[in-house]
Structures are given as C-alpha cells and as structure tokens.
Ligand binder design. Structure first.
Ligand code: DGL
Length: 291
C-alpha cells in the first residue's frame, strides 16, 4: 500500500474480530493509546471462525473491511488470530488504509524472548493448521522449533465465564502436556480469548515458560506504525455531541455482546449496534484490473 494522503490522525481505528474476543485487543489499544477513537466490529452472527475454511474467513473479512472503510477508519487492526492467519495477506494487499494483524507482532516478541529456540503456539484449529505463526517465526529465526496445539475448548469455556474453574485447569493441563514434553520455553497465546485465562494457562505451563500476549504486542506495534505515518492522535479527539469515543457494532446479539464487553472493558460501553453485514460485498476490495 502506498501512503494514503486522505488519512488523518483524527480518524478512528477500525478493529474487527469474529465476535467478542477481539475486545482483548481493543482493550490494549485503549490502554496504550487513550486518545484514539475506535470502531469495533464483532461478527457475532458467524462466530466461530476457528472451525471455518480459509476461503470463508477471507470472504467474511472482506465484508467487514468494507464496513469499516465506510466508517472512515485510518487503519484496521485484524484482532482475530484466525482471520489474521487466513485473510491478512489479501486484506493487506487490497486495503487502502494500513492494516495490522495479531500474528506478526506475537511471533516477533516470541523470537525476542526465547532462550532455547523452542516456541509453543496455542490457538484455534484454523490458526494452528494454517502454520501462520510458525511461518512468521521461521522468517525471523530460521532455526526455531515451533510446536502448535489447537485448544478448541478454551473459547467456549471463556464465553461461559469459567475463567477460574477446575474444569478449565484440567483442560489446560491436557492441552499443554504435549508442548511441555517438547521443552518449549515460550508460549504464544494465539487466540483472542486466551489472555482472559492467562492465569490458568500460566499455572498449566509452569513458571519457567514465558507467555506471549499478541493483543498487547499488536497494540504496541500499531502505536509505532501510526507514529511513523504521523497518524497517531496526540491528544484526546473532540467528539460531536453524543458521539462516543468507542463505537461497537455486531452482526447479531447486540445485548449479549454489550454485557460481555462491559465485563472486560472498564471504559463504559454506551451501546452495541447490530448492522447487516450481509449487504457488504465479499468480493476482493480491489481487482488487479482497477489497481
Ligand atoms: N477470535 C478467534 C481467534 O482469535 C477465536 C474465536 C473464533 O473461533 O472465532 O482465533
């Protein structure tokens, strides 16, 4: 993407996810860049993405990007690990505003932290089978040994509120056993929901394993990126009357989303609005012909 001169620091950042999990990324952006406005979209009608194909997730992601561009965002953070694994190259190539995914920042930090070059990755089935984390890690550290483990039960456990529960502890122990056998010293929590059960994952991993939170690393990287492009909001943006700093949109179940969001974000969520995501085209944003 060339530098888009229509973008200004006052414009909001677009963040999207398959549902509520991406709020862990939005929360980090709020903490690290308190002056920024955010437009968040959670695809609650079509969650989960973690058990869908690359083609489907890419089509969904294009619809959401179109919606966010309509909201006049200056940059897009793909908060969903599965969407980052499957759709990021297409979105990056096609999108007229800067795009950041969660995988590259998480991979980069894991490489900087590992001492023995043995890195574990946990995520949805899709994220793990895409091999995306491994590919990014190997690009920076070709000799790294990367071991993936899908943890499909974590997302429903988090959404059921079982963050501190013996059942979640037991499942975490089972999932992590094979990674511990591989003597990893660094573990990437490669799914939006996992930072919410960080303590449980930490107990199962043991204190000698460094946990990497891609949500945190992505917000850091986004801050750097916006700074370099002179798109960082230096001061609190003046808002129109009744215009919230953070706007939340979903494709279904706005009430449930709002409840969950209020439990993890302490910045007072005013509303979550349901929109019709199906009306946006799922075709590539730019075809080679109109480039
Ligand atoms: N947001 C997804 C991710 O980070 C997890 C939930 C889902 O499967 O859609 O991979």
């Amino acid at each position: 993407m060339g530098q888009n001169t229509d973008l200004t620091a006052e414009m909001p950042i677009g963040v999207f996810d398959s549902g509520i999990g991406g709020l862990t990324v939005a929360r980090e952006i709020m903490r690290q860049m308190p002056n920024e406005r955010i437009v968040y979209f959670g695809d609650t009608a079509r969650v989960p993405y973690g058990s869908k194909s690359s083609e489907t997730v890419t089509r969904y992601s294009r619809q959401i990007v179109r919606f966010l561009l309509e909201q006049k965002v200056k940059a897009i953070a793909v908060a969903c690990n599965t969407a980052s694994a499957y759709a990021l190259p297409e979105i990056e190539r096609e999108c007229p505003v800067p795009v950041i995914g969660v995988i590259r920042p998480g991979a980069k930090t894991a490489v900087s932290k590992t001492r023995n070059g043995r890195i574990g990755v946990i995520g949805t089935r899709a994220t793990i089978s895409s091999g995306s984390y491994k590919a990014y890690i190997r690009r920076i550290m070709p000799e790294a040994e990367v071991f993936g483990q899908a943890c499909p039960l974590f997302v429903p456990l988090v959404e059921e509120g079982l963050w501190e529960d013996p059942v979640t502890d037991e499942i975490a122990r089972r999932y992590l056993a094979s990674l511990l056998d591989r003597e990893i010293d660094t573990l990437i929590m490669g799914c939006t929901h996992y930072p919410l059960i960080r303590k449980t994952i930490g107990r199962a991993a043991g204190e000698n394993i460094e946990l990497i939170n891609p949500a945190y690393e992505t917000a850091m990287e986004l801050r750097r990126m916006l700074g370099e492009m002179s798109l960082l909001a230096e001061e609190r943006q003046p808002l129109g009357s009744g215009e919230p700093q953070y706007r939340f949109y979903v494709s279904d179940m706005a009430g449930q989303f709002r409840q969950f969001a209020n439990s993890i974000i302490k910045y007072g969520i005013l509303a979550a609005e349901k929109i019709d995501i199906y009306k946006y085209s799922a075709e590539p944003l730019r075809t080679p012909e109109n480039h």
